[in-house]
Each structure stands twice: as structure tokens, then as C-alpha cells.
Write a new protein. Structure first.
Length: 267
């Protein structure tokens, strides 16, 4: 059984346990038990912080078209990070990353952070699932994965080649020369669009389940194939959901919440 199917089965069980009276939604006209109706999409946020999120400044973010799917990585991202924001304990992430002597600028926090690199000339920009910076201007860009089958590719067509020539070829300073070409960039489009945001003060963090081998293999290949220049390798931080969830002390006020998170997402 694929990781995606196994995860969806867990989500179906979770929904039946927590929201037995919430009807299933549809995709392409077909009902699925791991999908909520669009009007019930709020139930995709865990109850404890649901109301606080919708009362916060983040409530107006553009939701993904599949936000009402229980396996939405956007909803997973909000479910994980928002309680840390609400309780002002996001510094736990820096502790986990072993980045010391930094203070988070809470005003800088964004869900669905729009890239400043490729948001030009009418091009569709890269969006990061989560972002913050520190008072010392260190920047942290998060790409969240759950049941996705790896990272997206791009068609080698005139539209994408033009975007590469207009924008991306001018932002490859962290990429090893062997891979700094249009063909490789388009073949590994999503992951490379993330990597080019790395610099001496910026980090890209990929957060994904250990068992999602499609994602894991692509991330690991960045290191095994030396895609990044040596001086920037430490600025790519791959994290497994299973590992980061262990960072909270067992007596933390949030430990009960994250147990619920682990049950929902089977991580």
C-alpha cells in the first residue's frame, strides 16, 4: 500500500471518530471519505486552536483549492505552526535547528509567503507554506509535504524557458555549476525554485513524513548529488514530522495538542 493511501485511511478513521456527523465531500464529482465539503473545511483545523486561528491576522490567507481535503498540507502546516505562534513558543523550531542566539520577529511570520525572486513581470510566484525571520534578519522558508508524490516538474516549453531565462538563471549562485542549466531546473522545478532562496542568511526547511519515500528521496538526492555548493549545504534543513514532534517536553502545555496532531496525521 502506498504511503498516500495509508495516510488517507488514517484520516478517514480520524474523521469518523471526531466528526461522525460531518458529511464527506467530493472530488471531480465523486465522494471520498477523506474529503470534507468545502463549507465544512474549518473542521480540517484541530479544535483547540481553530477559533483562535480564524480570529487571527492569518485568517485571510489564500487557501489552497484542496484545503477541504483532510490530507491538505496547507491545513497540516497551519495545524502545526499556529499553536506555536499563539503561545509564543516558535523559538522551539530554532532550538531544533540548532540555530542559537536568534530572536524571532513575530511580525514577520507569514503563511503562504510569496517569493520576492520570481514575483515579477506577471509570472506566477513561488509560495512558501510558512516563513519567518529573526531580528538579525535571518530568514526561514518552509516547504511542507504530507501525501504529495514528490516535488513538481515543469514542462520544457516556451513559457517555462522564458521564465527561466528572465528570472531563474540569474539566481543560481547556490547551485553547483553542473546543475545550473534550464533542463535540470525544469526537471526539478519545484525543489529548485525553493533552493534558490538560500543564501548566507537564509534557510530552506523541508518538512515531510519519514515514510513518504518519494519526497524523502528527492530531498536526499540534493545532498547525495551535491546539487548545492558546499558552503550552502547546511542551509537546507530536511526535517521529518516524526522527529520534530518529539521536540516538545512531555510536560509542555502543548504536548496534549501535538498528541492529537500526531493521531490525526499518523506521524
Amino acid at each position: 500500500m502506498s504511503y498516500s493511501k495509508k495516510a488517507k485511511q488514517g484520516l478517514i478513521s480520524y474523521k469518523e471518530s471526531k466528526y461522525p456527523n460531518v458529511s464527506e465531500g467530493t472530488w471531480k464529482g465523486i465522494p471520498y471519505s477523506h474529503i470534507l465539503k468545502v463549507e465544512d473545511s474549518a473542521f480540517n483545523l484541530i479544535k483547540d486552536y481553530r477559533d483562535k486561528f480564524f480570529q487571527s491576522r492569518f485568517a485571510g490567507i489564500k487557501k489552497h483549492i484542496y484545503f477541504h481535503h483532510l490530507n491538505s498540507s496547507q491545513a497540516m502546516c497551519i495545524n502545526f505552526f499556529f499553536p506555536l505562534i499563539a503561545e509564543r513558543t516558535l523559538s522551539l523550531i530554532l532550538e531544533y535547528l540548532k540555530i542559537d542566539d536568534e530572536v524571532i520577529d513575530y511580525n514577520s511570520i507569514e503563511f503562504e509567503k510569496t517569493s520576492q525572486i520570481d514575483s515579477k513581470n506577471g509570472h506566477r510566484p513561488t509560495n512558501f507554506d510558512f516563513y519567518f525571520k529573526t531580528e538579525n534578519e535571518k530568514k526561514f522558508y518552509f516547504g511542507i509535504k504530507y501525501t504529495e508524490n514528490g516535488f513538481g516538474k515543469a514542462t520544457n516549453d516556451s513559457e517555462h524557458l522564458k521564465k527561466y531565462e528572465d528570472i531563474y538563471q540569474h539566481h543560481l549562485s547556490v547551485i553547483s555549476p553542473k546543475y545550473a542549466n534550464s533542463q535540470t531546473f525544469l526537471q526539478r522545478y519545484q525543489i529548485f525554485r525553493n533552493l534558490i532562496h538560500i543564501d548566507e542568511n537564509s534557510y530552506v526547511i523541508f518538512l515531510y513524513p519519514k515514510a513518504n519515500l518519494a519526497v524523502a528521496q528527492e530531498v536526499e538526492s540534493v545532498f547525495s548529488k551535491n546539487v548545492l555548493k558546499d558552503e550552502y549545504k547546511s542551509h537546507l534543513k530536511p526535517i521529518h514530522w516524526e522527529d520534530i514532534l518529539k521536540m516538545l517536553p512531555s510536560d509542555s502545555p502543548l504536548s496534549k495538542y501535538y498528541k492529537e496532531f500526531s493521531i490525526k496525521y499518523s506521524v
